[in-house]
Design a protein. Structure first.
Length: 212
């Protein structure tokens, strides 16, 4: 039998992180809102976890490999299917928006993940990717201690340039980015930070691309 993932073993602990770091969560949410329209149309979050972001963004569909995390998202009113980002249980060309929020560091294959996001989007549909860059202050801190963390020990962090390249290779263009948490996690815990354009100095980046 395959080993259960840390998300199946400790779903409440992962979900409660957002309560313990409320200002970080609100800063991240503001950045994601910059890239998700108020009416996103038919939208899905890939790697939805407990639905913390979708429940505040008007996204009512999700996919996640963890049944335990999916149950938490369902309790927030979201319809969740069980599946992997590299092989989504979703129809082709059926969605206006696909969001991946703090998901890409946990996927097995980054390129296949973005290819699948492209497949399920309608022409002109948007992909929104929120991530912690490997070369950011928070990314470096998480990488340095990942072996001691039950969740991040299975994570693979990427630089912003690597994410942008993979998104473009999957068939997306018109790439835009915003960033927040410019002073790291400890400072972000103290107050909510407004997002600004770009991806050069933030520890939380949100990218949007258009299916071409």
């Amino acid at each position: 039998m395959a080993e259960r993932s840390p998300f199946d073993k400790h779903p409440e602990e992962y979900d409660s992180w957002f309560d313990e770091h409320e200002n970080v969560y609100e800063s991240e949410l503001l950045a994601v809102k910059e890239m998700v329209p108020e009416d996103p149309g038919r939208a899905v979050e890939i790697g939805i976890g407990g639905g913390r972001f979708s429940s505040r963004l008007g996204i009512d569909e999700g996919v996640d490999p963890s049944e335990a995390m999916a149950e938490i998202a369902r309790s927030r009113g979201i319809k969740v299917k069980i599946g992997r980002s590299e092989d989504l249980p979703l129809e082709s060309s059926g969605y206006d928006l696909a969001a991946l929020v703090t998901t890409v560091c946990f996927v097995d294959d980054l390129d296949e993940t973005f290819a699948e996001a492209n497949r399920v989007l309608k022409p002109g549909g948007k992909v929104v990717v929120a991530f912690i860059p490997a070369d950011s202050e928070v990314g470096k801190a998480y990488a340095a201690t990942k072996d001691e963390d039950k969740f991040f020990r299975v994570a693979q962090f990427y630089t912003s340039d690597e994410i942008v390249e993979s998104v473009k290779n999957a068939g997306f263009s018109e790439i835009e980015t915003v960033q927040t948490m410019s002073k790291g996690l400890e400072e972000a815990d103290r107050s909510v930070e407004e997002p600004v354009p770009g991806h050069e100095k933030g520890s939380f980046i949100v990218l949007r691309g258009t299916k071409t």
